[in-house]
Every structure is written in C-alpha cells, then in structure tokens.
Ligand binder design. Structure first.
Ligand code: ZN
Length: 420
C-alpha cells in the first residue's frame, strides 16, 4: 500500500511539475504573441480589413502611426498604393475613394488610363477640399450639395463659383436641371426673367440652337442616337454612320410600291399599322410616302440640289445631312389615296390630314412641322411629316399645344450630345 502510495505521490509531483512547465510555456507564448500583435497592431488591422501584405508594407513604410490610424478609420481603400504615390494628404483618402467610385460610375470615357484617373482624382479632391471648400460653405453649399454636383462639374466650375461668389440660394432651383453648369448660372437667372421656367432657362442658355430663329452656329452630335425622344434638327446631328438596328417595313400601303426601301423602327412600324387601321375604319386612306433615309442618301440629295440650284438654295431648302428626322427611323411622310388619285393636290388639303391632326398622338405620333412654327423648328409647314415619340410623350406634346422644341425645353429633355 505504502509503496503504492509513494508511487502515486511521485507520479503526482511529476504531473504537477509538468503542468507548471506547460502553463509557463503557454503564458510565455501568449506574451510573445501579444507582443507581436501589439507591435504590429496596425498591420494586422489592415490585413483584417482586406489589404494585401504588400499594401500594408507600403503604408507602414510611408506613414507615422497617427496617419496609419486615420487610414484605419476608413473602409478598405482599394487604390491606396496609388493614393500614397500621388499625395500625402491622408485626411482626404476617403474622399479620393468616394470621388473615384463616383466618376467610375458616371464616366464612359475609356480613354483615361488607370494612373491618369488617379491623378485627376487627387488633384480634384485636393483642390476642392484644400482651397475651395471653406468658401463654398460660406456661400451656402452643404457637403451633400457639393457631392451631388461633382459628377457634372469640373473643378473649374467650382472655382468659378468661388471666384464669382455664386450663392447657393441664387442657383438652387437650377442645380438639378440636367446639363446645369455653374459657368452659365448668371445667364440662367437672366433667362428666367424672360421665360419664368427653370428648365427652359437652363436649356435655352446651354442649347440656344434648339430654337432655330436664334441662328446659332453650334453643332452637336448625339451620343445616344437610338433614344426615341431625340430632337434631331439643324445643329443637333446624327452621326454619319448611324442607322437604327431595328428597321422593318411597316405593313401599311406604300405610295410607291416599286420601291421597297420604306423602313421605320419596329416600334414605330407597329404604331403606324394601328393608326392606319383606325383611320381606315373611318374611311380615311393613308399611305406611307417616305420613311428611313440614310445619311448617305441625305448627303446625295444635298449635293444634287447644290449642283442644280447652288449652295444657297440647298442650305435653305434641303436638310443638312444628319439633321433629318428621317435618319432616326422615326420620321415619316404620309400621303392619301385622294392625292394619288388626283382628287386633291396636296396632303395638307385632305380629310386624312385633318384626321391625322386630331388622332396621330393616340398612336404615338405628332405632326412635327405645323403652320406658324417655322421660326422655332426651322422647317416650313410640312403637314405630311410625322414623328414617332411613343404614345405617352406624343399625347403630352399634343395636349401642351407646344412645338416639340418648346416641349423639350419645358420638360428638360435636353439632347445628350458632344460638340461636333
Ligand atoms: Zn419628312
């Protein structure tokens, strides 16, 4: 028994000693780990935010502990290596990221390479926050106002605001109108005196050529030629290569059946068939007299008129290539059976024209060039020419009693264009 007990005692002592050694070892290891964590706390925090090892190395090599803490207060900054290379204004890093994300989303300019984008970002934010922000605040702009304006405003625009002390209260009603530019702000305020409408004022200042009688020489090309609402006219051109991809032949009678070139966009073709059938029920017989016209065809016509009658005549009476609604695949010319039969001279004298005037909007069309509006549209009365806009807009235009030019201005349907 005794021996046995001794045996156990010895064994217990041995176990206790062994446990103690293990405990000391564990405490020691914990201490070492704790020390490592303590000394590398910022690196470990960065790693846990998703930064790569090499990114953390760049940051740790570049900054003091205080700046590292600022960086750690942000979510992961995807482009931190670029920011570090371009700027040491650490307190702006989250703005760089915010700006970069915003511009990425809003930009379709693929020409900038990665580095240029970052240079622009850093320059923009540093200028904005280091030199302009305090004055902008004094002028009444909140940070939210400023950020909502950034996608459409260059740094020069913000500099303009500061230089000309344009208060928020002066421009607040124009800020959300598409195409708003600070550099035109004072002109908007002046235009408002005349037009009493914020949308109209911004539109007419930015795009005076919408109203033809303003006789401006600015020339633009549409960036989104497929947009059904585009106001295509002299000064606002479709690209020479543009051809709608969904042209079809409408299933209504065509004035010249020998010519199978009568195509319109699918949506307009369907609407035209509905309109044709509705007219027919009321004993009105309309026919398609002209439809899609390619840029090349327009150019050819223009050159012919130039050769026959001279440049002055051509520029006055023939649409400049790219300026015709016929190239959209949404502009059509109608005629009637009575004209083809010689009972009427022109479509404008027919019952069909009267019917179209009253009903076209129900099918998505407007009579685009009516009497008395040639100074606005730049086109003299063309009763036969209809433009497809879709039912919703065509009804709205019809009820407004406005030309499409004025309708676009009042409703801020401004062209998405680039300078030609
Ligand atoms: Zn026409």
């Amino acid at each position: 028994m005794r021996r046995k007990k001794n045996y156990y005692n010895t064994h217990n002592n041995y176990r206790v000693r062994k446990n103690r050694i293990v405990l000391v070892a564990i405490v020691g290891i914990c201490f070492v780990i704790g020390l490592i964590v303590f000394l590398n706390y910022n690196r470990i925090s960065m790693l846990s935010k998703g930064y790569s090892w090499s990114e953390t190395s760049v940051v740790l090599k570049t900054f003091e502990k205080e700046d590292e803490k600022v960086i750690l207060s942000y979510d992961r900054l995807d482009h931190i290596v670029a920011w570090v290379a371009l700027s040491d204004t650490v307190e702006h890093y989250s703005y760089y990221q915010q700006y970069y994300d915003l511009i990425q989303i809003n930009s379709d300019d693929d020409s900038l390479d990665y580095f240029d984008e970052h240079v622009n970002t850093v320059e923009f934010i540093d200028t904005l926050y280091s030199s302009l922000y305090p004055t902008l605040e004094e002028l009444g702009y909140s940070e939210d106002h400023i950020w909502s304006l950034i996608p459409q405003s260059s740094i020069e625009e913000f500099e303009y605001v500061v230089e000309h002390a344009i208060a928020y209260s002066t421009v607040q009603h124009y800020l959300n109108v598409p195409t708003f530019k600070f550099s035109n702000a004072l002109a908007y305020v002046e235009a408002y005196e005349e037009y009493n409408d914020y949308n109209y004022s911004v539109g007419i200042v930015n795009f005076p050529g919408i109203i033809s009688s303003n006789n401006v020489s600015d020339e633009y090309v549409f960036n989104d030629p497929d947009n059904i609402l585009n106001l295509v006219k002299k000064g606002f051109y479709l690209d020479s290569n543009y051809e709608p991809s969904d042209l079809v032949k409408p299933e209504i009678p065509i004035a010249d059946e020998s010519d199978d070139d009568f195509m319109v966009r699918k949506e307009a073709a369907d609407a035209l068939l509905l309109m044709y059938e509705a007219a027919k029920k009321e004993d009105m017989h309309i026919l398609l007299n002209s439809a899609y016209r390619s840029y090349d065809k327009q150019a050819e016509t223009y050159t012919n008129y130039e050769n026959w009658y001279g440049g002055l005549y051509a520029s006055e009476y023939v649409a400049t290539p790219g300026a015709s609604e016929h190239q959209t695949g949404l502009g059509i010319d109608l005629t009637s059976q009575s004209v083809l039969d010689g009972e009427r001279m022109v479509f404008g004298d027919t019952d069909e024209y009267q019917w179209v005037l009253q009903n076209a909007h129900l099918y998505g069309f407007i009579v685009r060039f009516d009497e008395d509006s040639s100074d606005i549209t730049g086109i003299s009365h063309e009763p036969w020419h209809l433009r497809y806009l879709g039912v919703e807009t065509s009804k709205d235009v019809y009820e407004s009693g406005l030309t499409y030019e004025e309708y676009c201005l009042y409703n801020a349907l401004f062209p998405n264009v680039s300078k030609k």
